[in-house]
Design a protein around this ligand. Structure first.
Ligand code: FAD
Length: 366
C-alpha cells in the first residue's frame, strides 16, 4: 500500500449532529482539530443532512432537533429558533456558528471513498476532493458518522419498472409545487410521508397514502416517551446482532401535532394498506382497485450509509455491522456514531460523549 499523505490520530467521517458532537468532545479531551483530529464532510455546506431537506420542513413539535453539546454555552438554542424559517437554513446556520466557535476545521466538500487497514497499526482513509484528486490519511482511530441520507431505501414492488409516471424518494422531494394538479401516491408511515401529504393537500389534484402497517398516532407525550424507549432498545438489539436497523418512528408512533390533527380531521391523512403492484398508470390494491398516479413518492426510510467501509468486510449476512456501545466489534479501531440506537439528534449527542471517551482510551492503548 502507498504511504499516506497525512497522518492524524483520529479521522471523523461526517459533520452532522453525530460527527460534530464527537468532534466537540474530542477537542475538549485534548485533540487539536486540523492536525491530530480531522473532520471530513462531502456536503458543500454546514448542516449535515438537514441542508438537503425540503423547503417546507420546519423545526417544531414533530421535528425537534436537540442542541449540540456546548451550544447553550454559546447562547444558541434550537427551541428559540425562528420557526417560520426552513429547518435546513436554521440548522445549517447553527452548525456553522458551532463549528466556528469551537474551531472544528471541518474539511469540505471531500468524500471518503474507502477505509482500509494498514497492517495492525491503523486505518487508512481515502478521500476524494471536489476536483477529483484523491489523497490518503492514516489514522489510529476512525469515527464513522456518515448518517443515512445518502442511502434512501425504496422497497421493491412488482411493476416499479413499468410505471410511466415519476417515482422519487424522500431525498429527491423539493416542494409540492412540482406536483400541482397531479394525482400523487405517497408511500411510507413516517414523518416525511405525513409532511408531504400535508404539503400536497390543495396543490395536487388528489393524494392517496399507502403504508405497510396501520398508523399509530400518539396523543400524549408520556406515551410517546415510553414507546421511544422501546424503539431505541429494539435498534440497540439490532445493532448488537449486526442486523439492518428498524426505523425509530415505526416503534414510537407519530405525535399528533395541531397540524397533523387538522390533516386527520380533513381526511388528508387516511392511510390504505400497502398496494400490491404498480402498473403503467398507477397502483393496484389488494382489493383490485386501480389508483391513478402521475407520481409515486417513496418516503420509505433509509439505511446506514456505510459503502466506504466495504473494504473492512464488517457487514454481516443480516446486512448490518455488529456494534456495541458505538464500537465495531470486528474492527475495534472503528467507531460508529449516530448508528442504530443513536440515530436521532439526542442519540447522536449522547454517542458523541461516550464515543469520544472510548476513542481517548483506544489512543492511550495504541
Ligand atoms: P447526517 O446529518 O446525515 O450527517 C452525516 C454527514 O456525513 C453528512 O453531512 C454527509 O455529508 C456526511 N457523509 C456521509 N458519507 C460521507 C462520506 N463517504 N464522506 C464524507 N462525508 C460523508 N432527528 C431528530 O432528532 N429530530 C428530527 O426532527 C428529525 N427529523 C428528521 C427528518 C428526516 C426527513 C430525516 C430523514 C431524519 C430526521 N431525523 C430527526 C433523524 C436525523 O437524521 C438525525 O437526528 C440526525 O440529524 C442525523 O445526524 P447524523 O450526524 O447521524 O447524520
Amino acid at each position: 500500500q502507498a504511504p499516506a499523505d497525512q497522518h492524524a490520530r483520529v479521522v471523523v467521517i461526517g459533520a452532522g449532529q453525530a460527527g460534530l458532537s464527537v468532534g466537540y468532545h474530542l477537542r475538549r479531551l485534548g485533540l487539536t482539530p486540523g492536525s491530530d483530529l480531522v473532520l471530513l464532510d462531502r456536503a458543500p455546506s454546514t448542516g449535515g443532512a438537514w441542508q438537503f431537506r425540503w423547503e417546507a420542513l420546519r423545526l417544531g413539535a414533530a421535528h425537534r432537533v436537540h442542541d449540540l453539546p456546548g451550544m447553550n454555552a454559546m447562547g444558541l438554542r434550537f427551541d428559540d429558533a425562528d420557526r417560520s424559517r426552513p429547518a435546513r437554513d436554521v440548522v445549517g446556520e447553527y452548525y456553522r456558528r458551532f463549528e466556528q466557535h469551537y474551531d472544528l476545521r471541518v474539511r469540505r466538500p471531500v468524500t471518503v471513498t474507502s477505509v482500509t487497514r494498514i497492517g495492525d497499526t491503523g486505518l487508512c482513509v481515502t478521500v476524494r476532493a471536489a476536483d477529483g484528486g484523491t489523497s490518503r490519511i492514516g489514522a489510529e482511530v476512525v469515527v464513522n458518522a456518515s448518517g443515512t441520507w445518502g442511502t434512501p431505501f425504496v422497497p421493491w414492488y412488482p411493476g416499479r419498472d413499468v410505471f410511466r409516471g415519476r417515482q422519487l424518494d424522500t431525498t429527491e422531494y423539493r416542494s409540492a409545487a412540482e406536483f400541482a394538479g397531479q394525482d400523487v401516491v405517497v408511500v411510507g408511515g413516517g414523518t416525511s410521508a405525513i409532511g408531504f401529504l400535508l404539503e400536497l393537500d390543495g396543490v395536487a389534484a388528489r393524494t392517496r397514502w399507502f403504508t405497510r402497517r396501520p398508523m399509530v398516532w400518539s396523543d400524549t407525550a408520556a406515551l410517546d416517551l415510553e414507546s421511544a424507549v422501546a424503539a431505541v432498545d429494539e435498534q440497540d438489539r439490532a445493532a448488537r446482532a449486526g442486523a439492518t436497523l428498524p426505523s425509530i418512528v415505526s416503534g414510537t408512533g407519530v405525535p399528533v401535532t395541531r397540524r397533523i390533527r387538522a390533516g386527520l380531521d380533513r381526511g388528508v391523512l387516511r392511510e390504505s394498506p400497502m398496494f400490491t403492484r404498480l402498473d403503467e398508470t398507477g397502483v393496484v390494491t389488494a382489493d383490485g382497485e386501480h389508483v391513478h398516479a402521475d407520481a409515486v413518492i417513496w418516503a420509505t426510510g433509509f439505511r446506514a450509509d456505510l459503502r466506504h467501509l466495504a473494504p473492512l468486510h464488517l457487514r454481516t449476512a443480516a446486512g448490518g455491522i455488529v456494534v456495541e456501545d458505538g464500537r465495531s466489534v470486528g474492527e475495534p479501531r472503528l467507531f460508529l456514531a449516530g448508528y442504530g440506537p443513536q440515530a436521532s439528534t439526542i442519540g447522536a449527542n449522547r454517542a458523541g460523549r461516550r464515543i469520544a471517551r472510548q476513542v481517548m482510551d483506544a489512543l492511550a492503548g495504541s
